[in-house]
Design a protein. Structure first.
Length: 434
C-alpha cells in the first residue's frame, strides 16, 4: 500500500491563479500534496484515483468565519438589522439549544460545505466539543472557538465565559488528528467588557493562542466605541493586543483609512462576509482598499441564519460583485482576487497551511465539474469560478488527502440521516424557544 491518492486528468488551478493541465498526487499519510504536474501519474504508484477529466481541480474553499450550528436557525428570523435580530430572535433561540442540537446543526452545515467544495472553516460558537466531534467524524478541517459574551451577565458568569473560551482553545488544539486548531474568541468589542477582554487576550498572547472576533460590522457597533473612548474600534483592539499576525476579525465593514493601515502593519486578517453584510444591511466593506494596503483578506459565510447558505461559491461571487459596487469601480475585486481570497486568503487568515495546490501544502481539494450549461463555453476558468460556478458543480471533495465526497456522494457522513436529524431537532428547538 502506498497510501497515495491521484486526482487524474483535470486542469489544475495553480497558486498564481493560472490554470494548466495537471494531475495531483496526495499523500494520505502526511495529509499533504506530494506532486503536481502533467505527467506525475506515471511516476507514482497510487492506490486510489479520482477522475477529474473535464474538471477543474482547485484548493478546497476555506470558510473563514461561520457559526456552523446556526444551520438549525436557517430561515428562522430574517429581514432585520443586526442588533434587534440578535437580541430579539437569535439569542433567545440559541438559549434553548442543547448540545445535541449543536452537533446536529454542525453536521448539517458540514455536509453542505463538503457538497460545495469547502474543506476548512473557522467557527465561533458554544458547546465546542460537539462541533469538534462533528469535524472529526466528517473529516474536514476547522479552527474552532467558544464565543464570549459578557454584556448582561454577572461578574462571575462573565469571567467563566472567558475562562471557557481559553479552556476550549487549550483543550481542542490539535484534535481530530491535527485537523482541529483553535482560537480565543471574544464575540465583539462591544459585547465583551474591557477588563475581561484585556485579561483574556493577555492570557491568549502568553500561550500563543490566536484571537478571533467580530469587529466594525455595523455603524451601531462603531459609534459607541468612538463616543466612549474617543478612538476607533480597531485602535482600541490594537491597544488590547488583538491585532497580531495570528488574529483575524470578521466583517471590518466600517473601517477607515487609519484602521486599514493599522491592520496592514500589524498583520491581522479581515474575513469579509458579503452576504451577511448585505442581508443585515450592515454596509459594504472596503475590500479593494484593504487588498491595496496589503491586508490579508479571507471570505466567510457567517452563520446560515444571516446568509442563508454556506456555499462559498455564492460568497466569492458576492465578494466580487459587492467589491465593485462599494468601490464604484467595475475593475475592483476582480475574479482572480475573489477566488484567491476564498482559498489562499482565507487559509492564511485562519492560519492553516492550505488554499494552494503545490507540493508540501495540505491536500485539501475541490474538483469542479465544468459540464453544466451555465458553464459553457469555457473561455476562462477563473472567471467561471468567480461568476458562474455553483456549489452543486463540485464533484469530489478531498481533505487531508482523504476523499470526503466522491461523485457527489459523501463518504464520511450519512447525508440522509444528518438532514433528517437536523430537521427534527430544529422543529423541537423552535417549539422550546417560543
Ligand atoms: N457564549 C455566547 C455565544 C457566542 S457564540 C457567537 C455568537 O455570534 C452570533 N452571531 C451570528 N452572526 C453574527 C453576526 O453577524 N454578528 C455578530 N454576532 C453574530 C451567534 O448567533 C452566536 O450567538 C453566549 O453565551 O451568548
Ligand atoms: Zn459572525
Amino acid at each position: 500500500m502506498t497510501n497515495l491518492l491521484l486526482v487524474a486528468g483535470g486542469r489544475t488551478l495553480r497558486p498564481d491563479l493560472t490554470v494548466e493541465r495537471a494531475d495531483v498526487v496526495a499523500d494520505r499519510g502526511t495529509g499533504r500534496i506530494e506532486a503536481v504536474g502533467p505527467d506525475v501519474a506515471e511516476e507514482y504508484e497510487v492506490d486510489e484515483t479520482l477522475d477529474a477529466e473535464g474538471c477543474l481541480v482547485m484548493p478546497g474553499l476555506v470558510n473563514a468565519h461561520t457559526h456552523v450550528a446556526m444551520t438549525l436557525l436557517r430561515g428562522y428570523a430574517d429581514d432585520k438589522p443586526l442588533d434587534p435580530w440578535l437580541r430579539e430572535d437569535i439569542w433567545p433561540a440559541e438559549a434553548a439549544l442543547e448540545p445535541g442540537d449543536v452537533r446536529a446543526g454542525a453536521k448539517l452545515g458540514i455536509v453542505e460545505m463538503i457538497r460545495s467544495g469547502t474543506t476548512a472553516f473557522a467557527d465561533m460558537y458554544f458547546d465546542v466539543d460537539e462541533v469538534v466531534a462533528a469535524v472529526e467524524e466528517a473529516g474536514v478541517r476547522a479552527r474552532v472557538g467558544h464565543g464570549v459574551v459578557t454584556v448582561a451577565k454577572d461578574d462571575e458568569d462573565a469571567a467563566a465565559d472567558v475562562e471557557e473560551s481559553l479552556r476550549v482553545a487549550r483543550e481542542f488544539d490539535g484534535a481530530a488528528e491535527g485537523r482541529v486548531s483553535t482560537a480565543f474568541m471574544p464575540h465583539s468589542l462591544t459585547t465583551v467588557g474591557e477588563e475581561l477582554l484585556r485579561e483574556g487576550v493577555e492570557t491568549a498572547r502568553e500561550e500563543d493562542i490566536p484571537v478571533h472576533f467580530h469587529a466594525n460590522e455595523t455603524t451601531a457597533e462603531v459609534e459607541p466605541i468612538v463616543a466612549e473612548r474617543g478612538e476607533r474600534p480597531l485602535s482600541y483592539a490594537d491597544d488590547v493586543g488583538m491585532l497580531a499576525e495570528s488574529d483575524f476579525l470578521a466583517h471590518g465593514v466600517h473601517t477607515d483609512d487609519e484602521e486599514i493601515a493599522l491592520l496592514a502593519e500589524r498583520g491581522a486578517a479581515v474575513v469579509h462576509c458579503p452576504a451577511s453584510n448585505m442581508k443585515l444591511a450592515s454596509g459594504i466593506a472596503p475590500v479593494q482598499q484593504m487588498l491595496d494596503a496589503g491586508v490579508t483578506v479571507g471570505i466567510g459565510t457567517d452563520g446560515a441564519a444571516s446568509n442563508n447558505d454556506l456555499d462559498m461559491f455564492d460568497e466569492l461571487r458576492d465578494a466580487a460583485m459587492l467589491g465593485k459596487l462599494g468601490a464604484d469601480d467595475a475593475a475592483a475585486v476582480p475574479a482572480a482576487a475573489a477566488v484567491k481570497a476564498a482559498t489562499a486568503g482565507s487559509a492564511e487568515a485562519i492560519g492553516i497551511d492550505a488554499g494552494r495546490i503545490e507540493p508540501g501544502a495540505l491536500a485539501d481539494l475541490a474538483v469542479v465539474e465544468f459540464d453544466a450549461p451555465h458553464l459553457a463555453p469555457r473561455h476562462d476558468d477563473v472567471s467561471h469560478l468567480a461568476y458562474a460556478v455553483r456549489g452543486s458543480d463540485v464533484r469530489h471533495t478531498v481533505c487531508d488527502g482523504r476523499v470526503l465526497m466522491r461523485d457527489r456522494e459523501i463518504l464520511t457522513l450519512d447525508e440522509e440521516s444528518v438532514v433528517a436529524e437536523a430537521r427534527e431537532r430544529a422543529a423541537s428547538l423552535v417549539e422550546r424557544a417560543e
